[in-house]
Each structure stands twice: as C-alpha cells, then as structure tokens.
Design a protein around this ligand. Sequence first.
Ligand code: C5P
Length: 399
Amino acid sequence: MLAGKRILLIIGGGIAAFKCHDLIRQLTERGASVTPVMTRAAAEFVTPLSISALAGEKVFTELFDLTAEAEMGHIQLSRSADLVVVAPATANLMAKMAQGLADDLASTLLLATDTPVLVAPAMNVRMWEHPATQRNLAVLQGDGIRVVGPSDGAMACGEFGPGRMAEPMEIVEAVGAALADGPLTGRRILVTSGPTHEPIDPVRYIANRSSGAQGTAIGAALAALGAEVIFVTGPADVPPPAGVRVVRVESAREMQAAVAEALPVDAGVFAAAVADWRVASASDRKLKKTRDGLPALELAENPDILAGVSQMGAGRPGLVVGFAAETDDVVAHATAKRARKGCDWIVANDVSPATGIMGGQENAVVLITADGAESWPRMSKTEVARQLAGRIAGALQDA
Ligand code: C5P
C-alpha cells in the first residue's frame, strides 16, 4: 500500500521524536521514501545523522539553507510528497499550524504545502487538554488535517493521561489510510460505537451488552475506502480499528459532546448502543450498604445523540445513518424509528437472544431508507460493514 509513496516527515521537538527512528524504518520497509525535516528543537532530542542514516536521505533543517534552496526550494519540497506527516506534533507546532505562522523551515513547509497532512500530537497531558490546544486541534481538523493519537499512558514527564504520541505502527496505519485512494477519499465520517457506561457511583455503572464489533468493522471499512474516520467509542470489548481517529468516552453525555466536537462531517454513522437512561444524580462517593434499606436509583433520560444530529438543521451531515436493535417486528419498528429520529437510513437488526447477534460475529440487517426496506442475507459483521461503507460511498457520490 505504501510502495512508491513519498512521505515528507516533519519531526517536532519533543521526547517522542525518538519514535521516529522506528517510524522511518517501518515506512521504508513498506516501500515508502521518507524525506525528513527537523525543527531546531527536534535536533535536541534526536540527531540529524541518525535520522538521515535511517531515511537514506538528507535531513532538511534550515529555511535559509541556500544549497537546498538551489537544489529544490522549500515550495517544491513541500509539494513533492504524497503526504506530509508531522510527528511528534508538539503543542507549539500545532499552534503555529493553526495560525499559519511560517518562521522556520517546518512551519513554512506546512503553510506552503498543498499535500494532505497527518499530525501525530505528543505533549504533556495538561498541554494537550489546555483549551488553546483543543482549539488549535479543532482548527486543524476543520482545515482537513488528519490526526492520529495521542493515546493515554505514562509519559516521559511522569504524568499519566492523553498526550503520548501514537506508536509507530499506528502512525503507519494512519499513513496507509490517508493515502488510500478510494471513493471516500477526502470525506470526513463520524462513527459512534460501543456501549456507554452510566455511573451510579465511582465504582458502579449501568451498561449494556454491546461489544462494539459492528461499529468497529464499519469504522475500518470506511477508512479502507479512504475516508477520514472520527471514531467515538464507549468502553467496547474489541479494540478500535486502525487508521481512524479514536475518541474514547464513557457516558452518553460525553459521547454527545465528542460528537458535537467532531462536526462538521460528510456523514455520521451512529452504531453505538447508547444507554437510554442515566442515574439522575450519580454519587461521588461509593454507596454503602446500610440498615436503612436499599438505595433508590432515580433515572434521568439521556440525550438522543442520533436524533439531535439528524434534526440539527444547519451543519447537519449530508447522510445520517442510525441503528435499530429490535427483538420483534423489526421492519415496522425500524421504519417508525427512522421517521421519529429524522435520520436518512436505519440499519435494523433482530437482537433477540436466539439470533446470537448481540456480541456475535454475524449480523442479519434490514436497511431502511426513504425507498423502503431492504433485507440483507445473514453475513459476517465485517461484510455488513463493507457493504454499508460501499452504499455510503455511493450516496455521497450522488449527493
Ligand atoms: O432509540 P434507540 O436507542 O432504539 O435508537 C437507536 C439508534 O439511536 C442508534 O443509532 C443509536 O446509536 C442512537 N442513539 C443515540 N442516542 C441515544 C439513544 C440512541 O444516538 N441516547
């Protein structure tokens, strides 16, 4: 998939720069060529010599390197690649990109390029969570820049949380997805997946049996057709697909916020099994057994994320796909649900225990559109996902 592809790799100044050794190796082993550019700060973490030795190419560092200007010029350097990868993308580099600053070679290339850009953020957790960085992230995504990671984990600074750069293999997968030329190339698609967990107290929650398998397969199938996928997932059993931007949430309300942040998108696929109710006032302390009897859990209704997006008016995705898990009268219930929610399509399935669909490998779905109900034969969840992704590609092409 990467054979013959040219990657311009911009290495920012963060401790995660050391992972670029492995990243370059993984990319070149797959037949890609890597032209490295290092910021001045990056050279404090890894040496240009080791980077150039692994890439087998000269490392570019200075904007006013006249030899390089004569040989190539920064404009040409920025455009001769199939993909620009920024790893690690530091908070500073992301801020510069969001503002369009061009005060060194790396930022000038990023401003001058007309090539797709993928960034792999890496920074301290507080810096990542800072509203300024989150604002910059939203600007970059709005500009069509793809993002891989960051992931949660122990960080070099001793803190724990999101901010750790995606592993080289994840970046390679995201590079593959960004370069995948397919009918969904250039399209941004949101997928929700998995169950939600609604807290009762800090240790207990209400959940459901969704494994996240169907949503994960859909995310993978859309990415394989070239879409940029924002994958908002509750705590699922299966790991999220590769090559997508993963946003992890726990509760329905967190999922709603993550969905709002992901907009605008060309299409939204709402495969999550969102809990209908939450505990009205979850306790911030563990509930204790007392002699006074059982605790009464008062429930409150969760926001209907699918209905909210379907009915949002301006900014509504061109195509909104909902799911309906039914145990009887599937077509009638799902058709009514499509009208009630205001979505374009409903993928309906029979989840009565006898079907073994919930948590299983297979699915038998009925696709409900404005044109009526279409029953698909029982097939693997992967195949359902592939066919659905194909239909989505067709619908967006026609739009
Ligand atoms: O109403 P019901 O839960 O059956 O609808 C299922 C569809 O609605 C699914 O696509 C699910 O992801 C979505 N949904 C939602 N927010 C909720 C409940 C369901 O987005 N609170």
